[in-house]
Design a protein around this ligand. Structure first.
Ligand SMILES: [Zn+2]
Length: 173
């Protein structure tokens, strides 16, 4: 098994669409910065890459490259999932905490949970979405995301050889 951890933050700006976990949320401001500013998907991408020691989001998609301006963050998540599979792992579950003053995440958390689960190919019951307000932190104009992931051996080459071994052991019996 492997554990991964990721963190990200973005600043709120007027006139930018808000996307969290790949879900568009109705709000007067959005998250400005790398790509579409999806703070949750960025932290998740880093958590997945970290779990298989495959670098970080910036090493695959440099923020300095104008190519990624406004890009859909699902592209980054898909690259991280590719690295996870390549290393022979699959996602067991993930947990997250969003820290932002506004908008309230509660009414949208089920939708975010279902969408992130779909992106990861796991069930909503394997995706934790929690949100807090930044009490005393002075980060009211930012959204912060913390993500932890757990990986288990997937259907990679190593796992397949293990299965083969089990089968040959059985046939010996
Ligand atoms: Zn980011």
């Amino acid at each position: 098994m492997r554990i991964g951890y990721g963190w990200d933050s973005h600043e709120f700006r007027e006139g930018v669409p808000l996307k969290i976990g790949g879900v568009a949320l109705p709000f007067s401001k959005g998250l400005f910065g790398h790509s579409d500013g999806d703070v949750l998907l960025h932290a998740l991408t880093d958590a997945l890459l970290g779990a298989v020691a495959a670098g970080d989001i910036g090493s695959y998609f440099p923020p300095s490259d104008p190519k990624w301006k406004g890009a859909d963050s699902v592209i980054f998540l898909e690259e991280a999932l590719k690295q996870v599979r390549k290393a022979g792992f699959a996602v067991a579950n993930m947990d997250s905490t969003l820290i932002l003053a506004e908008p309230k995440i509660g009414p949208h958390s089920a939708k975010i949970q279902a969408h992130v689960a779909e992106l990861l190919g796991i069930k909503p019951g394997q995706v934790g979405i929690k949100a807090k307000t930044p009490e005393g932190m002075g980060t009211d104009n930012a959204a912060i995301a913390h993500v932890a992931v757990l990986l288990e051996r997937g259907t990679g080459p190593r796992n397949r050889s293990k299965k083969k071994q089990t089968r040959s052991n059985k046939s010996k019996r």
